[in-house]
Design a protein around this ligand. Structure first.
Ligand code: LLP
Length: 406
């Protein structure tokens, strides 16, 4: 079928639901996950879904049921992933500041690997594993010093970022790994940033750099079986309907080719950790127009969703496409230009400036698209506002069934 990020004929059923709410199209999620499963098995790449992008139980359960692994960044994410069906043997745990308790949680549950981010952390993992009488499976996150050509808050592989072990510490790292008795070193982990659009250029470079570093450690006598290249595949926020299912083919092909050209003879297990690309497009934040407020030079549309519901615009200057679902179905011929803003007491609580929309009025439903990743999961109760619940759309032929989850 021809997928759209928001199918237009849902509007009547949505009108009765209190706003704002996150609306998830489970059909589009399912289509996206099927593509990931099909292509990753074709290219021989193991996929761990980055739970931080969206940790709603229904979403996790769907992804886990299709056999993907999980990539977690806290002990709670590890427990949440396992509790929603991900296998420990496919669950990884990264993060620069793991607490002793979180390390214990990972070890006791026998997950695939702790992705350690510093030399002091590896020493602590070795010690805790010793105390628990276990061996810790470990990948070491390397800072490959690569520019991901993305927003500075979501680039992670540059030397000045806090993530991973930098090349200045490689010798000390090899030496430490050689003498840890409770660490089973399996390989290397990289993640260079998020919302990467220059897929070929950036990921080919990542593969080349990864293989150079793999060779360095092998030359030091360390055995490597696994290479995790992280997540980062971007999505189209401006025109989401051009690719409701992101270009996984292009990404996996670049990685498979990049590793082959870089001399991977097929003896390593290659892993990736996509978050945004799996869940962004299936989610929209649905909000009501509270007021149409004329200003001196502009007209404001004030919505009942704010930056506490979706912080990406305020935090990164991100712009999500907005559609007026009511006007699209009722009176789409007249258009006007609006600044669309939320109700929170912060000047950065702005969805769009100078946006052309169909003529809009109080009570219209707007959908802020591509909000499935880093949306609900980053929401807060700032201004003591209520948290927006999730509403899931399941498809039964052309019939839609809606389920609300608090
Ligand atoms: N692996 C690691 C180690 C990560 O730190 C991340 C994301 C991922 C995988 C998943 O990356 P993705 O495929 O989703 O790009 N809140 C920001 C994005 C922060 C990403 C943090 N790390 C946003 O809303 O744009």
């Amino acid at each position: 079928m021809d997928w759209k990020v928001l199918r237009p004929y849902n509007i009547e059923k949505l009108k009765g639901i209190p706003t704002p709410f996150y609306l998830y199209d489970m059909g589009l999620l399912s289509e996206t996950v099927s593509e990931v499963v099909r292509l990753s098995s074709h290219y021989g790449i193991e996929v761990h879904y980055a739970v931080k992008a969206n940790a709603n139980p229904r979403i996790l359960q769907h992804i886990a049921s299709k056999g993907l692994g999980a990539d977690c960044v806290s002990g709670n994410e590890v427990l949440c992933a396992l509790g929603n069906g991900f296998l420990p043997s496919r669950t990884a745990f990264a993060g620069v500041g793991k607490t002793d308790k979180e390390i214990e949680t990972a070890l006791v549950n026998g997950i695939f690997a702790l992705n350690c981010e510093s030399i002091p952390e590896i020493a602590v993992v070795d010690e805790i594993a010793g105390k628990l009488g276990r061996k810790a499976d470990v990948l070491v996150r390397i800072n490959p010093d690569i520019d991901a050509h993305t927003h500075k808050y979501i680039t992670t592989g540059l030397e000045e970022n806090k993530f991973g072990v930098s090349k200045h510490d490689f010798e000390a790292l090899a030496e430490l790994l050689g003498r840890c008795t409770n660490v089973n070193f399996k390989g290397l982990h990289f993640h260079i940033g998020s919302q990467i659009m220059d897929v070929e250029e950036v990921f080919s470079l990542e593969c080349r750099r990864a293989m150079e570093i793999v060779r360095y450690f092998e030359d030091k006598g360390l055995k490597i079986t696994d290479i995790d290249l992280g997540g980062g595949l971007g999505v189209d926020y401006a025109e989401p309907d051009t690719a409701p299912v992101p270009d996984f083919e292009g990404w996996f092909r670049t990685i498979a080719k990049g590793m082959e050209i870089a001399g991977n003879p097929g003896r390593y297990r290659i892993h990736v950790e996509p978050g945004r690309s799996i869940v962004a497009q299936c989610g929209s934040l649905v909000t009501k127009v509270l007021y149409v407020k004329p200003g001196q030079n502009k007209t404001f549309l004030i919505t009942d969703a704010g930056m506490n519901d979706l912080i990406r615009p305020a935090l990164y200057g991100a712009r999500h496409k907005i559609v007026n679902m009511t006007a699209c179905s009722d009176h789409e011929d007249d258009t006007a230009v609006y600044d669309v803003v939320g109700p929170v007491c912060e000047s950065s609580d702005v969805w769009a400036e100078g946006l052309g929309l169909p003529f809009s009025k109080r009570g219209d439903l707007l959908a802020i698209l591509s909000a499935g990743a880093y949306g609900q999961v980053m929401s807060s109760r700032y201004n003591l506002r209520d948290l927006a619940p999730a509403v899931y759309m399941d498809w039964n032929g052309e019939e839609v069934e809606l389920t609300t989850e608090a």
